[in-house]
Design a protein around this ligand. Structure first.
Ligand SMILES: Cc1cc2nc3c(=O)[nH]c(=O)nc-3n(C[C@H](O)[C@H](O)[C@H](O)COP(=O)(O)OP(=O)(O)OC[C@H]3O[C@@H](n4cnc5c(N)ncnc54)[C@H](O)[C@@H]3O)c2cc1C
Length: 409
């Protein structure tokens, strides 16, 4: 009798966790992109993710190039022709959908893309000279060159205004001194967007090429986000040509404009990571039996699933609305507070649920056969970088109450 009841209920399991049908509401080209990207990633990248994670191997550049070539993803976020390469342009909803599908595989893979697009190509596009754009954008769009973004320092993380790296003009060069910590892609990057203060303390952005004398990169080892490599940068009297300054980058506001783009992708990406955890754990819970019934029939386990799915749907609605608003505005700038809220909420809730869902896997959670624990590990960093959850809470509180988030001069 008991078994028959379980079978009856199992046949009624709702497979589609998109309870509002948000996906059906997307324009056809966005649905097609999501489906084809998901298919490609599941066939070519997901099967290798656990192995790369175990070996702490950054996704090979050849794989990134193949992904770009196979999916037609080039330079998300702007249009025009640079260095003979055409950038077709893309709306924010499409950008979000792409980041979601990539992070559904792994947050480290999405981090590589976020840095390449939002934190290296966007500043060059917004603040660079025509020469800089023509030289670097086509290479970066095709992963012929990999980029990295150096803002954080060992003693300046949440408070980037306290950075001490200097770029001081000396004749026909800027001389860089200082260091940067936790720089994604650094061990494999060819070009670095480095934020530093000039002699008057004004923050600007400088392009530093790998192998420039006086510039060294040391790889960091870490237990999270292992599909993207991370490095420490050191500058000791490192001379770069004057032409390597991004002339339009003026102050921290210029850096925040880029971070806003990246945070938007992180919000969508976190939703993708959570979706993967739910999709892995639900079938496990309905097929693994303990005490005579499936785990899915035990109250404490089904509660974890229901709470994860409820938050997943709220987050999907949130990022969809942020995308729609951005596309109406034509920019993320006027809605930076919504982007900040979405980044915080999506990464924090995805982290909370990934950690809880992985417990449903019991001992299996810690094998490399299941992906949920890898997502949970990754999401700790996703919560931390680009403004921790604490920092985004403070920003929203400032906007609502008027009391400043941080001490200001
Ligand atoms: C794997 C990885 C990749 C990264 N990639 C990059 C990259 O590519 N480029 C780059 O520039 N940076 C990168 N970062 C750096 C990242 O942005 C910083 O780690 C982040 O901004 C937090 O800074 P912090 O680590 O110095 O922590 P801290 O700023 O020291 O914060 C420590 C804790 O204190 C809290 N805290 C800090 N200030 C306040 C406050 N005012 N009120 C309340 N709580 C507070 C924080 O929320 C946090 O919990 C990366 C980090 C990691 C781990």
């Amino acid at each position: 009798m008991g078994k028959a009841v379980h079978f009856f209920w199992r046949t009624r399991v709702e497979q589609n966790i998109d309870l509002f049908g948000v996906e059906n509401d997307f324009p056809a080209e966005h649905r097609t992109m999501a489906e084809s990207l998901r298919k490609y990633l599941c066939a070519h990248i997901l099967p290798k993710a656990a192995e790369w994670d175990r070996k702490e191997k950054s996704v090979p550049i050849s794989v990134l190039r193949e992904l770009i070539a196979a999916t037609g993803l080039t330079g998300v976020g702007f249009s025009g022709v640079y260095g003979g390469h055409e950038f077709p342009g893309m709306d924010y909803l499409m950008k979000g959908v792409i980041m979601r599908e990539i992070e559904a595989v792994d947050s480290g893979l999405r981090s590589i893309f976020s840095v390449q697009n939002s934190l290296v190509m966007m500043p060059i596009y917004w603040y660079g000279t025509e020469e800089q754009k023509h030289e670097w954008l086509p290479k970066l769009a095709t992963f012929t060159a990999v980029g990295a973004y150096g803002q954080t320092e060992p003693n300046a993380g949440s408070d980037p205004g306290s950075m001490t790296t200097r770029a001081i003009q000396d004749g026909d060069a800027y001389v860089l001194n200082g260091s940067k910590a936790w720089i994604t892609n650094a061990p494999i990057a060819h070009i670095f967007v480095v934020w530093a203060k000039d002699a008057d303390g004004r923050i600007g952005a400088y392009l530093v090429e790998r192998n420039t004398p006086g510039f060294t990169v040391t790889r960091e080892t870490k237990w999270s986000l292992r599909l993207s490599s991370t490095g420490h940068l050191a500058f000791a009297d490192c001379r770069i040509p004057l032409a390597n300054k991004l002339p339009g980058a003026k102050g921290l506001g210029s850096a925040f404009k880029c971070l806003n783009e990246a945070r938007y992708g992180i919000a969508w990406g976190s939703v993708g990571a959570l979706r993967s955890c739910i999709e892995e754990v639900v079938p496990y819970s309905t097929t693994r039996t303990q005490f005579g019934k499936p785990l899915a029939a035990h109250d404490t386990q089904r509660a974890k699933i229901a709470e994860a799915v409820a938050d997943y749907n709220q987050l999907l609605l949130l990022v969809r609305e942020v995308a729609r608003t951005a596309d109406r505005e034509g920019s993320l700038v006027p809605i930076h507070h919504l982007v900040s809220m979405a980044k915080w909420q999506a990464s924090e809730k995805a982290l909370t649920h990934a950690e809880r869902l992985m417990l449903i896997l019991g001992g299996n959670h810690c094998t490399f056969d299941y992906h949920t624990a890898r997502h949970a590990r990754n999401l700790h960093v996703v919560w931390t970088y680009e403004g921790t959850g604490d920092i985004h809470r403070k920003l929203l509180a400032e906007r609502i109450t008027g009391y400043p988030a941080f001490p200001r001069d």
